[in-house]
Design a protein around this ligand. Structure first.
Ligand SMILES: [Zn+2]
Length: 372
């Protein structure tokens, strides 16, 4: 199926072959995959591990052998707090310690299938560590451009997997420019932000929750948002389930940013369709400190389509929220904790008392951000 698949520009409709070295359309538009399989319940394969039980639902050529490190099938557990019923989805338990492994497993499966031998990516840490691991497993040479503020444990992780790590001084965006320059010299830009195969992999978080909730959807999903790939994956996954008649409604989707770097929150608050860059200050939630999110327009549309919202949490609430989760036995990184920190304000403004369950996506492991 997918060998005949194509990338389509969402803005102008121009098509590109899957092995193009372009990573967005010449008009600046984002790529989407042209062809998607139907979500037929009969095609879910319970004998396959993790997210590969949904392999037939993914836009992958069946001839492509999965590149897998054991991703998917993360626990969905109740967590006690003072408000509506709350479940946490422990994406922090993925093979490299973050949700990125869902997207990377699918992306690298496609890249190996397409014969790509050398990749480059820019990342504040988790996406780079994930790509380094999967590239190592697939025998693909990997180069990661990181801002020099990237957390030490994440850089150590990339290096351990054998990636070449290039530290770029200055703003987060400079690391992206460095990766684009490397891509212009022959490396494949394996971007977790731009590549539609990555986004396709993140949709499996919705499929898993649907099965874990016995064929239903949560009332709301709460996701830390930087570039927005997990939020969009959850939204698109639940939307496909609804189109297939497998659920009645898509959960309300709530994105959470740090008030120190809130471009999508500001656009939502002002009723804008597109995100304007905002000045960003240092934040504990470095994994979502993205001043110019390329998928900001899509995130705003997804949130509004579901009756959700984009919220921002004050810096001083992030550490205590991380501690509160740790004291319940869940050690996650500060970036993940924003989704727990937002709960009281979100419940007061948006949830009715009996409404639930609310699913909180805890995106990355606490071991990635020591010392605290
Ligand atoms: Zn275009």
């Amino acid at each position: 199926m997918a060998e005949s698949n194509k990338f389509l520009c969402e803005a102008c409709g121009q098509s590109y072959p899957l092995d193009t070295r372009e990573w967005r359309c010449s008009c600046g538009g984002l790529f989407e995959l042209q062809t998607w399989p139907q979500l037929d319940v009969e095609l879910v394969d319970p004998l396959q591990p993790g997210l590969w039980r949904y392999q037939a639902w993914l836009p992958l050529d069946p001839a492509w052998e999965p590149v897998s490190l054991g991703e998917g099938n993360t626990p969905l557990l109740p967590v006690e707090w003072a408000g509506p019923q709350c479940l946490i989805k422990l994406e922090s338990l993925a093979p490299t310690g973050s949700f990125k492994d869902r997207g990377t497993a699918v992306l690298v499966t496609a890249l190996r299938g397409l014969g790509i031998e050398r990749v480059v990516e820019d990342s504040s840490g988790n996406a780079g560590a994930s790509l380094a691991a999967y590239a190592a497993n697939a025998g693909i040479t990997c180069e990661i451009c990181v801002p020099d503020t990237a957390a030490g444990p994440k850089v150590a992780q990339m290096t351990a997997y054998g990636a070449e790590v290039i530290q770029i001084r200055g703003k987060r965006g400079y690391a992206a420019l460095a990766a684009w320059a490397a891509a212009a010299h022959g490396a494949y830009y394996a971007s977790h932000v731009y590549n539609p195969f990555f986004l396709a992999g993140t949709e499996t978080v919705a499929y898993e929750m649907w099965e874990q909730l016995q064929g239903t959807a949560p009332a709301a999903v709460v996701v830390p948002v930087g570039n927005g790939t997990l939020l969009l994956g959850a939204y698109r996954g639940f939307s496909r389930l609804r189109q297939a008649g497998l659920i009645d409604r898509v959960p309300r989707v709530f994105g959470v940013q740090a008030a120190a770097c809130p471009p999508i929150y500001e656009a939502f608050r002002q009723g804008l369709d597109a995100v304007q860059p905002v000045p960003c200050e240092a934040t504990l939630a470095g994994g979502i400190a993205i001043a110019q999110p390329a998928r900001g327009r899509q995130v705003l549309a997804a949130v509004r389509d579901t009756g959700g919202a984009v919220l921002a949490v004050q810096e001083e609430t992030i550490g205590p929220a991380r501690l509160a989760l740790a004291q319940r036995g869940f050690h996650v990184e500060n970036t993940s904790a924003v989704a727990f920190a937002v709960l009281p304000a979100m419940a007061e403004a948006y949830l009715s008392p009996g409404e639930g369950p609310v699913a909180i996506l805890l995106t990355g492991h606490g071991l990635k951000t020591c010392p605290h």
